[in-house]
Design a protein around this ligand. Structure first.
Ligand SMILES: [Zn+2]
Length: 134
């Protein structure tokens, strides 16, 4: 039996964020009062403490700020090796996600874009390396 690969378990503060990911859309929590965009999703702005947060569509583009290659897969995540990256989104926030494909292609500052892997009736946000052209 193949173990089910894990998906995020939303909380009240992250439900809408993950519902959009399930639709293949990335949107970032943004403060309606001061326009600060942040992660992780929460109900109060970490900059000004205002309580009106909206989800703004994001480009899904970013660069690799840091990464690790796991050679021994965590339960449910195998087989290894695979890369996990901390991605600096164009909008500013950092987000951690898997990078599908050959982990040897992952490098600092490499451009990436959001892709969505189907897992049952859910989707998981991953970032794939964007091939440099020209
Ligand atoms: Zn704010």
């Amino acid at each position: 039996m193949t173990p089910t690969r894990p998906v995020a378990q939303p909380t009240p503060d992250t439900r809408e964020f993950f519902a959009l990911i399930d639709e293949g859309r990335l949107a970032l929590p943004t403060c309606a009062a001061c326009d600060h965009t942040f992660l992780y999703p929460r109900s109060v702005c970490p900059r000004c403490a205002a309580g009106e947060i909206v989800l703004k569509p994001a480009t899904g583009r970013g660069t690799v700020a840091s990464f690790v290659v796991n050679h021994r897969a965590a339960p449910g995540f195998g087989p290894g090796p695979y890369a996990l990256a901390l991605v600096r989104l164009e909008e500013g926030p950092l987000i951690m996600a898997g990078v599908p494909g050959d982990p040897d292609r992952v490098a600092l500052d490499a451009p990436v874009r959001a892709v969505y892997e189907e897992r049952g009736d859910r989707r998981v946000l991953l970032f794939e390396i964007v091939e440099e052209t020209g």
